[in-house]
Design a protein around this ligand. Structure first.
Ligand SMILES: [Zn+2]
Ligand SMILES: [Zn+2]
Length: 327
């Protein structure tokens, strides 16, 4: 009776399976399905690797083990680990802090697969002594999350809320590198959301409005910022006006040094472009608002506006943009 070694009905989330019998006989039938690889180990070291197909175990297709155990026909000891080469999906979520120590929650989905089964077994399965698929999955998720936390914490809160696409792309590149070290290919990462506390959402609003993160951070509360900015009522806004312009002005054009001979190229003096309409953001969730919105389409909060239509946070006494007194 010929022994058949086969991974029967792998579960959808199972990355590896260890064949329970460690005594192997020459002549056994090894069945490796599509998208699987069978790795032969002994004493934590990888010997032979067999790809998809029906194999009769002989001294020919297990040359490295054969060298180790010798030519006799007697059974030998080896651990067989099947590795799934399919693509897996994982969900993640965690908490970290931005560069300015704002608490951040994030969550999303990622897709990965084993790219290099030998490296994967060496680094994860053998290296961590994880021979159970659940343990492996848990390890990968923790590894992903750790990388995500580390990389996200190098960004500012403004980047995370206003340039999430850019942040996602950059973080993905770093995570792909991290995964490659484990013999894994990180196929894709989606950051579905980031969130912070109410206090930091208000702070973010003021940072966006004033363009001066430093100033906003020095204030204990966002109410204090609102009060400071609104101190001088009336036409000119005093403190506030000094702080607001950075975001309202187009970036200064560096003067092009003229180096050629002859007639300088006709460079019409660029009239200062009117400052682009600043994207309004929700003071509660930090998401962009459609023009004139009365309610945030993301979090549902009512949006308060000054008589001139500017978004103002709850509790502000004066509009931070035009200085209008608020009821
Ligand atoms: Zn909102
Ligand atoms: Zn206003």
């Amino acid at each position: 009776m010929v022994t058949v070694i086969e991974w029967v009905n792998p579960g959808e989330d199972e990355i590896i399976w260890r064949y329970p019998n460690e005594v192997i006989t020459w002549g056994s039938q090894l069945i490796v399905h599509e998208y699987e690889v069978a790795v032969f180990m002994r004493d934590g070291k990888i010997y032979d690797v067999l790809g998809p197909g029906r194999h009769t175990l002989t001294t020919q297709n297990l040359p490295l083990l054969y060298k180790l155990v010798g030519g006799s026909n007697s059974p030998f000891k080896a651990t067989i680990i099947f590795v799934s080469m399919k693509q897996f999906q994982g969900r993640y979520g965690g908490e970290t802090q931005t560069r300015e120590l704002a608490p951040i929650k994030y969550y999303g989905v990622y897709w990965f697969k084993v790219a290099d089964p030998v490296l994967f077994i060496t680094e994860v399965v053998g290296g961590q002594s994880l021979y159970d698929a659940n343990d492996v999955t848990r390890f990968i998720r923790a590894y992903f999350n750790e990388g995500m936390m580390k990389h996200l914490s190098t960004y500012s809160i403004v980047d995370l809320f206003q340039n999430l696409d850019m942040v996602s792309t950059q973080v993905k590149v770093k995570l792909i590198e991290d995964f490659r070290r484990l013999g894994l290919e990180l196929v894709d990462v989606k950051i579905e959301g980031v969130n912070t506390t109410d206090e930091w959402r208000q702070r973010l609003f003021w940072i966006m409005q004033t363009g001066n993160a430093q100033y906003v951070m020095q204030m204990d509360t966002t109410k204090q910022v609102a009060a400071e900015l609104g101190k001088s009522s009336g036409a000119a806004m005093g403190t506030g006006m000094v702080l607001i312009p950075q975001l309202m002005q187009p970036p200064a054009q560096p003067a092009q040094p003229y180096a050629g001979a002859g007639v300088p190229p006709a460079q019409p003096q660029q009239p200062a472009a009117p400052a682009a309409q600043q994207q309004e953001i929700c003071p509660y969730c930090g998401k962009p608002l459609p023009p004139g919105a009365r309610f945030c389409p993301y979090c549902g909060h009512q949006i308060h506006r000054c008589p001139n239509g500017h978004v103002v946070p709850e509790g502000a006494k004066f509009c931070p943009i035009c200085g209008a007194k608020l009821e």
